[in-house]
Design a binder for this molecule. Structure first.
Ligand code: ZN
Length: 392
């Protein structure tokens, strides 16, 4: 098994809307087949332009709000102002496609399962194989997105204000209407910036595409290596079933993991066996193993499981003699498992020295960022983590 050769197939732009996504799925499946490893493909309805369409919808609502405020249509303005937070909630918090299902394709999760004779637990591992490029980096994006609550409140306020500009004489004069119009106009500019954050990638040329080497090619390589080592009998499973899931659609709001969890566990988790998830992100760059304390998308964030922090930390200590480090929060596939009550954690490498958690979803996420020694250490740590259940 040549990890450099494997990484050469996983350091290419493969966004969910591109044919490269399917080509990467074919590569993963072909590799497993060549190694004699059985797998199952779970097909699902993938909405590849999720954020782009949501961004357009939000901007359109903001433009509509401006028109209604200028035309003094308060009821309609209020409905439109309310539609903005409801749309965000439905799509990002409840995973209900309201507008983003207008473009669909077939997505694939690739699932490898190892079962033992007397299982006492199931250990799931996951990594997404899609990539993403963003118009702005995550610091620029965060500067814009932090005003989303304020923009929602201002939108509602300007709609309510429109009731009064109709009714009360002093406000009927131009001043009130102009102030409301300017506020609604600023909101159009603001939601335009959000649109660029969500969907501005569509304007970027081919040479600005992220290679997705560390987000999340290395994680896929690590799980391929893990699958092969288990298949070759190099890892003692004891009484643990092991499931390895390669997901698509993570970068368009966790769609692959959403389908996997929904199909396997339903809305609430009734375990046949105690089940946990170790999700991989940003594996195989410089630095020690890190985990993220919180995982969420929009409003609710879930905690990483304390026992998994301890177990992964112990395994990492054994291979590297360094401690696992906490990071603040992340949005990734583990959130879908946590939401139904499955204990989960996301681990990766810190990226220090280097860009740390920065420079992803851009050309800075390329093969030169990969630390092959660290990738090998991570694979070893995951195997020791599995074997850690032999003793306790
Ligand atoms: Zn990722």
């Amino acid at each position: 098994m040549d990890l450099v050769e494997i990484m050469s197939h996983l350091s290419i732009p493969r966004p969910d809307h591109s044919p490269a996504l399917e080509e990467t799925a074919v590569y993963i499946k072909t590799t497993l087949t060549d190694w004699g490893i059985p797998f199952v493909v779970q097909e699902f309805t993938l909405r590849p332009y999720m954020q782009l369409i949501l961004g357009i919808a939000l901007l359109a609502l903001a433009v509509l709000l401006l028109v209604l405020v200028i035309k003094k249509r308060p009821v309609a303005a209020l409905i439109v102002a309310l539609a903005i937070p409801l749309l965000l909630l439905a799509e990002f918090e409840f995973f209900v496609p309201v507008v983003t299902g207008i473009v669909k394709k077939t997505g694939q999760n690739i699932v490898v399962t190892y079962t033992v004779a007397n299982p006492a637990r199931e250990l799931i591992f996951a990594a997404h194989y899609d990539s993403k490029t963003d118009f702005w980096d995550h610091i620029q994006r965060a500067r814009i997105y932090r005003f989303i609550p304020l923009a929602i409140v201002l939108g509602l306020a300007v709609a309510v204000f429109t009731f009064f500009t109709r009714r009360y004489a002093p406000l009927k004069k131009k001043g009130g209407t102009i102030a409301a119009g300017i506020t609604a106009g600023v909101l159009v500019i603001y939601w335009g910036l959000v649109f660029l954050g969500f969907g501005g990638y569509i304007f970027l040329p081919a040479d600005r595409q992220s290679f997705g080497a560390v987000d999340n090619g290395t994680s896929v390589a690590a799980l391929l290596a893990l699958a092969k080592d288990i298949h070759d009998g190099k890892v003692s499973l004891g009484n643990s079933n092991v499931t390895i899931v390669f997901t698509a659609g993570e970068e368009v709001t966790l769609q692959g993991a959403h389908w996997y969890v929904k199909e396997r566990f339903g809305a609430s988790w009734q375990p046949a066996l105690p089940t946990t998830l170790v999700n991989l992100e940003l594996v195989g760059q410089n630095g020690p193993m890190v985990y993220w304390k919180k995982d969420g998308v929009f409003l609710k964030y879930y905690d990483a499981d304390p026992e998994l922090i301890e177990r992964l930390g112990a395994a990492w200590m054994r291979v590297s003699e360094t401690s696992i480090e906490p990071r603040e929060s992340i949005t990734d596939d583990a959130q879908r498992f946590m939401a139904v009550g499955i204990p989960a954690i996301t681990v990766g490498n810190s990226g220090t020295p280097g860009l740390g958690e920065g420079g992803f979803h851009s050309t800075k996420d390329n093969f030169s960022r990969v630390n092959m020694d660290n990738l090998a250490l991570m694979i070893h740590a995951l195997e020791l983590y599995i074997e850690g259940y032999l003793t306790k």
